[in-house]
Design a binder for this molecule. Structure first.
Ligand code: DX5
Ligand code: ZN
Length: 241
């Protein structure tokens, strides 16, 4: 298991979403973002049913796994999800995140993920209240707050989700549960969620813009800009507390 997953901390982590990468070059794109400072690689799986878009499945995850040295963070936007969890575990995911809205048996899905030796995450759509995780807090390693309606990259950040992050941070207390935010994260919006208590920031368009596998330096500059904005806000919020 990657070392930074085994040892929990609340340091800011940047997780570029390969939904914004060159789909003909996933392996090289994963290597490029890690070389440019990505902490985790965020993999968005969409089924055209739970969300109105189709991306890719477990075979693609297995194919890119050898190109990722660190954490492979797999966000499953699929329903039903349970029948496919084992395939994504076998594909080499480190974290498997399911949506609370994907089915009636969230507790069972989380138990299944952990029984396969993987870290378990729950994702909440913008309209879903944080209270849905209250009774599964001992079964999760991560909560993923969607700050856009899932399905597409490049949408605008929903400010309503900042308060949800703040409430989750209070609910989680000292438990070793990451708070991840996904959707419309930029150097402008990252400080809002970092100050509220998020420590993992997913970004697709804001990381990949201006770069390519043959010109990856902009990825590094983009990751650094998001990280700096978030770290500054996290530090200020802590000293104000
Ligand atoms: C949305 C996905 C996100 C998305 C983020 O359904 O879960 O990971 O790709 O993209 P940006 O950062 O462009 O909003
Ligand atoms: Zn995602």
């Amino acid at each position: 298991m990657p070392t930074d997953l085994a040892a929990f901390d609340r340091a800011i982590k940047i997780a570029p979403s390969i939904l914004s990468a060159d789909f003909a070059n996933f392996g090289a794109e994963c290597e490029a973002i890690e070389a440019q400072g990505a902490d985790w690689v965020h993999v968005d799986v969409m089924d055209g049913h739970f969300v109105p878009n189709i991306s890719f499945g477990p075979q693609t995850c297995a194919a890119i796994r050898p190109h990722i040295k660190g954490v492979m963070d797999v966000h499953l936007m699929i329903a039903p999800v349970d029948p496919y969890v084992e395939a994504f575990a076998k594909a080499g995911a480190d974290i498997l995140t399911v949506h609370a809205e994907a089915g009636p048996h969230l507790d069972r899905s989380l138990q299944l993920i952990r029984s396969l030796g993987k870290k378990a995450g729950v994702s909440l759509n913008p309209a879903t209240p944080e209270s849905v995780i209250e009774y599964v807090l001992d079964k999760i390693d991560l909560v993923l707050v969607m700050s856009v309606n899932p399905g597409f990259g490049g949408q605008s950040f929903l400010e309503s989700q900042v308060e949800k992050v703040r409430r989750l941070r209070a609910m989680i207390g000292e438990r070793p549960i990451h708070i991840e935010v996904d959707g419309g994260v930029t150097p402008e919006t990252a400080p809002l969620v970092a100050a509220a208590g998020a420590n993992v920031l997913v970004a697709g368009s804001a990381v990949f813009k201006g770069g390519s596998v043959t010109n990856p330096a902009p990825y590094g500059a983009n990751i650094a800009a998001i990280r700096k904005a978030a770290e500054t806000a996290q530090k200020e919020a802590r000293s104000a507390a």
